[in-house]
Design a protein around this ligand. Structure first.
Ligand code: NAD
Length: 467
């Protein structure tokens, strides 16, 4: 990027989204400062280390280090910034509404350091419809010398997926910009020009996909942009729950959900993605965003039965895993259960709302001894899941050794590549509930049961053999 095109950017909140956004914008040539209230996180980043696991992010961080800095000090970050991103968390409250206190704190802190020139504040956090207007009000109330038309607010929802965050940020399907100010939109178009034109050199570790040309630019009102994010996540969650609902019926009628979703996914109107039947969705977004959308509807007395059902089906899938174990083992008290995979999906260490959490919790409640493994997320689980009372295994094989049953909860490549026939031989009872369809072509002795592939002993992979 030409020097004169580079903008000064501040990214407030350096979690999964903020960190990826900051590194990506610096890689594209902008000068970026990341601001976080978490001193430990900032210390790590200042030393060039990452506080999260995200493939290839370390390389891009190094490549862009000269245009990146990290601070806890708003005063050193905000006054010079042309564009300020809010990327703080919006976790769910018990009533389903998102907790907007971090957004409020960030907006107020930003406001106190705005400096009177044109500055665009961008909501990248996922927030309820109307939050953009609310942030504009906070800026007005807390800026020292508020100038109407100087401090502009844009909603720019984020669609990256953890595990492929850089790919999704560098080669997005679309960039959504919602604002009532054409000046603000123009500034963001300038910021994203390298992405829109795809004229940056693709990093070797994250190559440009063959055939990819440019993202769609979708400019909307503030409220439409905020709704787009919720509606997109709700629809994806819905697709997974739909596949799970059909999977349940497949088990009764002896159909195979893998064959069924392949058959329906070929239809371009449906598409093959997000039709994976299993233990259901998890992660920091789907549960929180579906709950938020339902609660927004409630504010207007507007029921959302499709979405409500999708959430219920997701809960049911987590219990289904336990039910399947009970069908085989009858009593879980005193049984040793290996849980393979703790992160909510592969290639991340994010444990938020991971299905494995609920399954481990339930198994322990039922008196089972749980031995868990995850190739990446174990150190984080040691801090965040202390309350669960499980044992850690150094490897998948070690977890399986002497176990009465195993649950595969995350589709890590490592589990796909495991020699399952020999691993099963190490178990006390050769029983695997593979909720992520990682085991293919199993022909050894034991039972491998997968969601939606026929009831035990009748599905293509369910081999019941006396041991
Ligand atoms: P996160 O919890 O990983 O990170 C949030 C960061 O904000 C933390 O580092 C925290 O210390 C910091 N923070 C909190 N208050 C602050 C303040 N006042 N000033 C500065 N920093 C502050 O969250 P995340 O996963 O990155 O998600 C951020 C937002 O993006 C959420 O609204 C989420 O719904 C949305 N989102 C997340 C994803 C995802 O895959 N994680 C994808 C799309 C959208």
């Amino acid at each position: 990027m030409r020097e004169d095109k580079a903008l000064q950017v501040a990214v407030v909140g350096t979690g999964y989204v903020g960190l990826g956004t900051a590194v990506m914008l610096a890689y594209l040539g902008h000068n970026v400062v990341g601001v976080d209230v978490d001193q430990a996180k900032v210390d790590l980043l200042q030393r060039g280390q990452l506080p999260i696991y995200e493939p290839h992010l370390d390389q891009l961080l190094q490549d862009s280090a000269s245009r990146l800095r990290w601070t806890t000090d708003y005063a050193s970050a905000i006054p010079d910034a042309d564009v300020i991103f809010i990327c703080v968390g919006t976790p769910p409250l018990p009533n389903g509404q998102p907790n907007l206190s971090y957004v409020a704190e960030a907006a107020q802190s930003i406001a106190r350091h705005l400096d009177g020139k044109l500055q665009v504040v961008v909501n990248k956090s996922t927030v309820p419809i109307g939050t953009g207007d609310w942030v504009a009000r906070l800026l007005e109330d807390h800026a020292r010398d508020y100038h109407a038309g100087r401090y502009l607010v844009v909603s720019n929802p984020e669609f990256l997926r953890e595990g492929t965050a850089l790919h999704d940020s560098l080669y997005p399907d679309r960039i959504v910009l919602g604002s009532d100010s054409p000046v603000a939109i123009a500034q963001l178009v300038r910021l994203y020009e390298p992405l829109l034109d795809q004229d940056f050199e693709a990093p070797a570790s994250v190559p440009r996909p063959a055939g990819y040309t440019r993202p769609e630019l979708v400019t909307t009102s503030l409220s439409s942009a905020e709704m787009i994010k919720y509606a997109a996540n709700a629809f994806l969650a819905l697709k997974i729950s739909f596949a799970n609902e059909i999977a349940g019926l497949c088990e009764w009628v002896d159909a195979d959900i893998q064959e069924v979703t392949r058959g329906i996914g070929c239809d371009q109107r449906i598409g093959p993605r997000f039709l994976g039947a299993g233990a259901g969705w998890g992660g920091s977004c789907f549960g929180k965003d579906t709950a938020a959308l339902i609660s927004i509807g409630r504010e207007y007395g507007y029921s959302m039965p499709i979405l409500t059902a999708a959430v219920e089906i997701n809960q049911r899938q987590r219990q289904l895993v336990i039910t399947k174990l009970q069908q085989h083992l009858h009593r879980l008290k005193g049984k040793r259960v290996a849980v393979l995979g703790m992160a909510f999906k592969p290639n991340t260490d994010d444990l938020r709302d991971a299905p494995a959490h609920d399954c481990i919790q339930r198994l322990v409640e039922l008196g089972a001894q749980v031995v868990a493994h995850d190739p990446v997320a174990m150190p984080r689980a040691r801090q965040e899941w202390q309350h669960l009372g499980y044992l850690e295994a150094a490897s998948a094989e070690a977890a399986l050794h002497g176990a009465d049953a195993a649950l595969v909860m995350t589709e890590w490549d490592e589990y796909r590549q495991l020699d399952w026939e020999s691993a099963l031989r190490q178990m006390r009872r050769r029983l695997v509930i593979d909720t992520r369809h990682v085991i293919t072509n199993f022909s050894g002795q034991g039972v491998v049961e997968q969601i939606g592939r026929g009831r035990s002993g009748t599905g293509s992979l369910a081999h019941e053999v006396a041991i």
